[in-house]
Design a protein around this ligand. Sequence first.
Ligand code: NAI
Ligand code: MG
Length: 351
Amino acid sequence: MVHEVATIPGDGIGPEVIDAVQPVFDDVSERFEFDLELVRYDWGSERYLESGSMMPDGGLDELAGYDAIVLGAIGHPDVPDHVTLNNLLLPIRKGFDQAICKRPAILFDGVESPLEGYDGGDIDFVVYRENTEGEYADMGGQEHPGHGHEVAVQSAVFTRTGTERIVRAAFEAATEREGRVTSITKSNAQAHSMVFWDQIVEDVSAEYPDVTVERLLVDAASMDFIRRPEAFDVVVASNLFGDILTDIGAIITGSMGLAPSANINVSGEYPSMFEPVHGSAPDIVGDGVANPLATILSAAMLFDHLGETEAGDAVWSAVTDQLADSDAPRTPDLGGSATTAQVVADLRTRL
Ligand code: NAI
Ligand code: MG
């Protein structure tokens, strides 16, 4: 079986973590006997600074033929974040209808949570983030620039199709897990979009009588992610709320450097994309200490998606095994002093 995968290392520590996982891809494809053809696209902010565009014209058409995409991170101190996001990352998520963003938050054995009293296994939930619309919709504008009455309008977009898709995916996931869905909104303040969301949760939940539903407002949810993270199983949220909550999910489970994600095109018509939750981390770029495990766990999710579940399981277990071993190398975000390369070298011995 041949899998053709495009890699977009991107900016900052993106290339560091993507380069680091390359040998893991080689080991796994050899051991589980499949061909992985990785084709690298050096798109991102350096390209933007040289040529004025993050990716070439027709970039999406080029990517469309791949079985999947692996992305490092996007974001550069010299390029405004809305430029980087809206000209590379979001066009891929939206253009390829990657409606479901799946982000597990697991406190692995051997990893210290900043929350007192939490040990490995105590936190294990997954956030289903709506990924193509909501507050990330590119609808709005600015008027009267430079005048006192200057104005900016930005609209959120919630379609029944998009909302139902993410809510249904969350309920489906719950049937395979502990049967609990928590829906996050702000229905008290956003009486149109979020009340619409609540109604769809109500409609879909009727089809899943064995799944219990909890509703939380996003401010309370932010508190409860810290106060009682053990209570969550499947969390479903809009694009923006899901984005914010998954940073909390990442840090309570040890580090931004451990949080993986999958952006899934449900129909299979377009490639899905796998990427760490973290950004380009300009504060540590070039130090060789970026934690590669978020990207490696994202690769495990990629293998599952490609149907190479044994490979996915092997990678996932190698990571859990390494984290549980107090003698194993760890990057500084996990309290160690190892480099990215040392973590990967050790991981390869566990595959
Ligand atoms: P960030 O995730 O890059 O960094 C936040 C903190 O976590 C920093 O202290 C960083 O050193 C640490 N961190 C992140 N990944 C790490 C890793 N693998 N190993 C060790 N420590 C790690 O978020 P920040 O600083 O808000 O954004 C930096 C840039 O990245 C911005 O330009 C932003 O727009 C962009 N960004 C891009 C994302 C993407 O490409 N998906 C997601 C989030 C931010
Ligand atoms: Mg984010």
